[in-house]
Design a protein around this ligand. Structure first.
Ligand code: CA
Length: 235
């Protein structure tokens, strides 16, 4: 759907902004309004989910650096009520923040200090492209993984995975059908600096199998005797 069609159908896109610094908040509101967007701005996350629920919101812009609750902690609250694209404003070069924001379910980030032209271009792009299309879903058999929110399911059942179990599952699903030695899995999942041995791989495969098979489902992670492991359909 073109932006023009969207405009005719629903009016200008509505953007919700959460930014505690007043000058920055006012600058964002002004810039967005000048572009023709409707804007609602809050100094804190209070009222955010109500606004997202009540209105037809096209984009949420969240500052990471908020007093009290940080902006990233607001992402799951928004995600609980809406699939609206979320753009985080993060401190320059703060990679952990970016990674955390994307893993929490944010779709985009822009680094501060904000370059207004860049921000407006990113906003326009985010509005053209529904967030759902950018989400990275991996599927094998009845296992689905959302690599942005790092949520995994077996059928309809959500899997409650530790971060390490999640990475192991993601590696196996991405490369299903490929046989891995324990050393290869150690390197991919634990990293080359990790000084453990293959026993930890065995342990995590058994944790992961227990969770994948908790509903009585067929085994997907198979042992290749003398080799390692492979994810494939039951034979
Ligand atoms: Ca701030």
């Amino acid at each position: 759907m073109s932006l023009l069609t969207t405009l005719r159908m629903t009016g200008p896109p509505r953007i919700v902004v959460v930014e505690d610094e007043r000058a920055m908040r006012e600058m964002l509101v002004l810039a967005f309004e000048r572009e023709g967007y409707r804007v609602q701005a809050f100094p804190t996350g209070a009222g955010l989910t109500d606004a997202v629920r009540a209105e037809d919101v096209s984009l949420v812009v969240l500052d990471v650096g908020l007093p009290g609750a940080d902006g990233i902690s607001l992402v799951p609250m928004v995600r609980a009520v809406s699939d609206v694209p979320i753009m985080m404003l993060t401190a320059r070069g703060d990679t952990p923040d970016k990674v955390r924001a994307l893993h929490a379910g944010a779709d985009h980030y822009v680094t501060k200090p904000v370059d207004l032209d860049e921000l407006l271009a990113r906003v326009a792009a985010a509005l053209r492209r529904p967030a759902i299309a950018e989400r990275d879903a991996l599927v094998f058999a009845d296992v689905t993984i959302d690599t942005q929110s790092r949520e995994a399911r077996r059928g309809a059942r959500a899997l409650d995975l530790t971060p390490r179990e999640y990475v192991l599952l993601e590696v196996l699903v991405r490369t299903h059908g490929r046989a891995f030695s324990k050393e290869e899995l150690l390197e991919r999942v634990w990293g080359i600096e990790y000084e453990g041995d293959g026993a930890i791989v065995d342990r995590y495969v058994s944790y992961l199998r227990a969770k994948l098979e908790a509903g009585g489902e067929a085994r997907l992670i198979h042992t290749l005797r003398g080799v390692g492991y492979v994810m494939r359909h039951a034979t």
